[in-house]
Design a protein around this ligand. Sequence first.
Ligand code: ACM
Ligand code: ZN
Length: 566
Amino acid sequence: MRRVKLLFIACIAAVSVYAQRASYNIIPLPKEVKADTTQFFTLKGGMGIAYDEGNAENTRIAQFLQEWVKEATDIDLQMKPADKNAPIRLSLIAPAKKNKKSKQPVELTEQQKESYTLAVGKEGILISAYEPAGLFRAAQTLRKSLPIAKGQSVELPYVQITDQPRFSYRGVLLDCGRHFFSVEFIKQFLDAMALHGCNQFHWHLTEDQGWRFEVKALPDLAKKGSVREKTVIGPSRMRIYDNIPYGGYYTQEECRDIVKYAAERYINVVPEIDMPGHMQSALHVFPNLGCTGGPYVVAPYWGVMREVLCGGNPETLTFLKTVFGELCDVFPSPYIHIGGDECPKERWQKCPKCQAKIKELGLTDESKEKVEGGDNRGSQDGRSPENKLQSYINHEIEQFLASRGRSLIGWDEILAGGLTEDAIVMSWRGTKGGVAAAKQNHRVIMSPNVYAYLDHPQLKDYGKQPRTTDSYIVSCSKIYSFEPLVPEELTKEQSDCILGYQGNLWSEQVAFPEHALYQLLPRLGAMSEVQWCNPDQKDFEDWKKRLPQLKKLYDKMGLVYCNEIE
Ligand code: ACM
Ligand code: ZN
């Protein structure tokens, strides 16, 4: 009996020792982890974090680290900026020059700017990086390696981690047009993104169902364009409404606050104003910008609307330049998304102003020609005069954005009328648009719906999850299996045009933060390994084994997630 009791106590002790041990089996997996699990550094309360106090970013990252260690383990670390012997040290290092005598600064790639090393040895934990972005990614790695356990100390196996992301663009879209999400929630969303090493927040700000961005020169746009009178319940085609007015928009001050919060987490905010389609909320406020003159309502149901901005009215371009001008003032992003998707042309085909503009520009009908990357459904995707008119508008906005030092991103429909010079294509209708654009030497972001649409179900059994957009399943394994460089179709040189991979959380069926998080997680965990890791590191079965540690952190952070994996 006594022996059994002793064994029992020994087991508890073993479990508690195990629970206090760090593990570098994290998500996304770092490039290189050389661990020695026979030797440990013991992290204890009262230990110091040293950093360069003169650098505000380093200071903030040290504070994050202090917060995250406390959150996971309840251990209090001390901020000791100048302590050279502190057991935890954050340090910026200069990149080595190829030619030692050269006075030129070393040009780092975007990925090198986020690279870091994290070493744990007998002296403690040393984090080094070329830029603060790298220190931040390293601090997240350390955070994810810690056990979620309250205790006096944590044992960290000795390790040398060398890490760098595979892609420079690692994005997630949140659709705030169909449903409005609070600033507070967007910050939580950004925290979740940062946890997964993402660096681009694609903020979908306008839709037929609501205009969410304040434009100071056009105050009615957000005030009136953000409110729909009612919302369809259940399938859109049934047209059954709740009869409850729904609205909300972001002031420019709130947008700047989001930009700052994101930047502190090394996330760029890519704002999208979707045009010339998906504009019914703007048409409600400015009916003169539509081909028929309206009246128009802020759309109460989902789908592709035939009412779009008039392509022949010069006031359309004046309106767009006002909107994109203020957008550039608020968002420092090098990329500005202009939408460009799902713009039916039936109004343009009959509109005297659109047809006059087509004539003036001499746009001919080549709609019978096959468009690489389009799905060639006649006037929808062919090189029709109307699609060329859309390309003309894109060109005008591209020039305008270039004058502000920005590049344009558009959904892959922008291929149809001919790509403008500097356009970046976001490939959503599969990968073919991205492949076609890369073959034309244009930059590409892969976001193919069947691998990247987070509004779709993640489990085969619809009954097990909240209502989502149906038609196909986007499971964790499906997401994980995606290869953004499409090696079977692109040469190495062409694949260099692929900037990265993005997941899209559309919100027709997602009205609440908890539901949005459920759609996001843990699928972002699967996506993050495609965004961050090299293909030879990927192993879905191994990913599943690493997920429980991350889920403990989700719990700690109050992040809702789907608890089943397919
Ligand atoms: C899209 O899903 N319409 C980009
Ligand atoms: Zn028109």
